[in-house]
Design a protein around this ligand. Structure first.
Ligand code: SF4
Length: 335
């Protein structure tokens, strides 16, 4: 039987051009713009309103796709969030007591996040609620990632190694010397009121004051065969510089210290203050390119955001399903 409700919805759907929301910039946005203009269009414009079950199929698919997280991103986020949570829960006491408490809560948070991921994947919860944890490689059925038990086994093994390295690093000792009242914000995402009149968003990890300096502790995981090491450290340098820019506006005159615990299967290290000298030039040039693709009425036209030329990149692209649908819609086919 024909689904007239679906057909009417499709016919009335929000097909392009799309009215854009207020512009903001982030490092993730910059990297996606560089990776593929079409993916950028899907993530930042097509997905608008896709949370609504009654929105167009295209918007819903785009919205679903943006929550599919590459495995290394999930690991980094889990480690970073677990450090923040463990610090917030760590009770007062001697440095030794705090250290043990931090380790206890860190393990607990890592375990909880992994169990939550397993639940979401096993029960396919993420298919019905885009905000439940989802791993891109699992959704695409790539190798061992397709098997939930193998995937969570890998997560436990990598996070377990990262935990062991972190426990031996100076980071935990440093944290044990910090009081809970030195914590600056509970927010995961923070924004800079950038001089060009739009916000710049960043996720710098745990933010606190220590010995008269504004500090942050972040964590990044790199997998074998993933991002190459020079891109990985360049990205950390840019993130550190964004944090310094945030502090220049928020805590002017205070020195800035940002520590990043980097974990990879070959080499782990603690990186201090890896700044990129001119982050503002990057923001200015990158945002100008993005804004140039919005017309004077604030509309984004899909034909201005072509697919990338490196079709090899499409195989692991989280937007590939939305991309196919969009391509069909642009050819006048019903989706
Ligand atoms: S599938 Fe390819 S062309 Fe389409 S959004 Fe992804 S990377 Fe771009």
């Amino acid at each position: 039987m024909r689904d007239f409700e679906q057909e009417v919805r499709n016919a009335a759907g929000p097909l392009p051009p799309i009215r854009t929301e207020e512009f903001s910039w982030s490092l993730a946005r910059h990297y996606l713009f560089r990776f593929c203009r079409r993916a950028y269009f899907i993530r930042y414009y097509l997905a608008q309103g896709g949370w609504d079950a009654y929105s167009h199929t295209l918007a819903r698919e785009a919205y679903f796709s943006k929550y599919l997280m590459p495995f290394d991103t999930w690991l980094s986020r889990t480690l970073r969030d677990s450090i923040r949570e463990a610090f917030a829960k760590m009770s007062a006491g001697s440095p030794g007591h705090k250290r043990r408490g931090f380790g206890f809560y860190l393990l607990r948070q890592i375990g909880k996040a992994t169990a939550d991921l397993q639940m979401s994947l096993k029960n396919r919860e993420y298919l019905y609620d885009a905000k439940r944890p989802a791993i891109l490689e699992h959704h695409l059925g790539i190798g061992d990632f397709a098997d939930v038990d193998k995937l969570t086994g890998m997560a436990v093994s990598i996070l377990g190694d990262a935990y062991a390295m972190l426990s031996r690093s100076d980071i935990i000792a440093d944290l044990a010397n910090i009081s809970f009242i030195d914590l600056r914000t509970d927010d995961v995402f923070i924004s800079i009121d950038y001089k060009k009149g739009f916000p710049v968003w960043l996720v710098p990890g745990l933010i606190y004051f220590h010995e008269g300096a504004a500090c942050a502790i972040n964590a990044e995981v790199r997998l074998t065969g993933g991002e190459n090491s020079s891109d990985f450290f360049a990205r950390i340098g840019r993130l550190d510089s964004l944090f310094a820019l945030y502090c220049a506006g928020r805590y002017p005159g205070f020195p800035v210290n940002i520590t990043t615990f980097t974990f990879s299967q070959e080499l782990s290290s603690v990186v201090y203050n890896l700044f990129e000298p001119d982050i503002e030039s990057l923001i200015d040039a990158s945002s100008a390119e993005m804004l140039a693709l919005i017309d004077k009425d604030g509309l984004a036209h899909p034909e201005d955001f072509p697919p990338c030329e490196n079709r090899e990149a499409c195989r692991k692209c989280r937007y590939q399903s939305a991309c196919r649908l969009l391509e069909s819609a642009m050819q006048g086919k019903q989706v």
